[in-house]
Design a protein around this ligand. Structure first.
Ligand SMILES: [Zn+2]
Length: 364
């Protein structure tokens, strides 16, 4: 998927998607004008026959899309990042896949970089390319409204490696599985994908922050020469940047929370729990994620308990062998020379957190 985020994005296929067999579609823009696309320019991000964008009326910003396609498409516009279209004139009459909530295309996103001390300036282009590839990895299965905004920050992290999280959360009522008083907090990335909206408390702030420690990047990270193909050999002494970004985005999409990393107990009063936290079950000899959709397909998922920084918010535990010990969100070890990809268990966990999914989920 091509994303030109400099001038904002017009989302051509979105939420209420174009009919797959439609040969033309009129789209009405809200507050955006098209500047970069010449009449007749092909949209490279779609598959199927070439899709042609024609500007019919200017500046009323009506566009006609010709062709038949099924992918998510964006074109650059002069409007603000979220000034794009929400209005597909032909409703999607196609079937919704069995195991997905929505039939929309991949979620749209915009990446910005902050590096106030110019610590990794020479790597910014590589970092953005790899982060976008990681967003595209999730976008194969995750849909949503609006434009997910991601800030790539260069600076120290708690583990001196990388970190990723939503920048805020929103109170959405009382906890469902934890005794009152307990407030449930929805991560902003989920709020964005569900509603297309900013957190009202901090309008304009990026939804997600991914922080990269410069030493970690320089010493341990490998940049894939072709982030789309992902076929080059990962060096034996390096971690694949796209894999690590994909992992951090998993946290940003909600595998994160407020429980103690030592006792796994909720925070002290007033108690806040993330959607993920509220579906964690703690017993004397086990720590498991038991969201209903995940549990129905996989059973309780053993979570990490024997690592001071990874506990609770990763799966896999050296004392409890599970089929996911080498998977994307494992908290046991991230191996050199390996590519990690989004797996079915990761998506089922996100499904239990309310992240809108699309298409057919991959096998685990
Ligand atoms: Zn992690």
């Amino acid at each position: 998927m091509t994303t030109r985020y400099v001038h904002g994005s017009l989302i051509v296929r979105f939420g209420a998607p174009l009919h797959k067999s439609a040969s033309r579609q009129v789209i009405v823009l809200h507050g955006a004008t098209i500047v970069a696309e010449a009449a007749g320019a092909a949209l490279g991000c779609c598959y199927g026959p070439p899709v042609v964008l024609r500007r019919l009326v200017f500046p009323l910003s009506l566009v006609l899309v010709l062709g038949s396609f099924a992918g998510a498409c964006t074109v650059s516009t002069a409007g603000p990042a979220d000034a794009g279209v929400r209005d597909a004139a032909i409703p999607d009459a196609g079937p919704i896949p069995d195991d997905a909530d929505a039939a929309g295309g991949a979620f749209a996103y915009k990446v910005t970089v902050t590096d106030p001390q110019d610590l990794l300036t020479a790597s910014h282009v590589d970092m953005v390319k790899c982060l976008e590839a990681a967003l595209d990895e999730w976008g194969q299965y995750v849909t949503g409204q609006g434009v997910l905004t991601v800030e790539l920050r260069v600076g120290a992290t708690a583990t001196n490696r990388m970190s990723g999280a939503s920048t805020s959360s929103i109170s959405i009522g009382t906890c469902k599985n934890t005794p009152a008083p307990c407030t449930l907090a929805q991560d902003q990335a989920i709020h964005r994908l569900q509603t297309g909206k900013d957190n009202k408390a901090q309008p304009g702030v990026p939804d997600i922050a991914v922080t990269v420690s410069p030493d970690y990047w320089n010493k341990l990270i490998w940049v894939d020469p072709d982030p789309k193909a992902r076929t080059a050999t990962v060096p034996a002494d390096k971690l694949d940047a796209i894999s690590v970004f994909t992992h951090e985005l998993g946290h940003a999409f909600g595998i994160v929370g407020y429980r103690s990393l030592d006792t796994y107990a909720p925070s002290a009063a007033p108690v806040f729990l993330s959607l993920y936290d509220d579906q964690v079950v703690v017993t004397a000899d086990a720590l498991t994620f038991e969201g209903p959709k995940t549990k129905a397909e996989f059973g309780p998922i053993p979570l990490t308990r024997n690592n001071t920084t990874q506990n609770v918010y990763h799966y896999g535990d050296t004392k409890t062998k599970s089929p996911y010990d080498d998977a994307l969100m494992n908290g046991i070890v991230y191996k050199y020379a390996l590519r990690y990809r989004v797996g079915r268990v990761d998506l089922r966990i996100l499904d239990d957190l309310g992240v809108p999914l699309r298409g057919t989920l991959p096998p685990q």
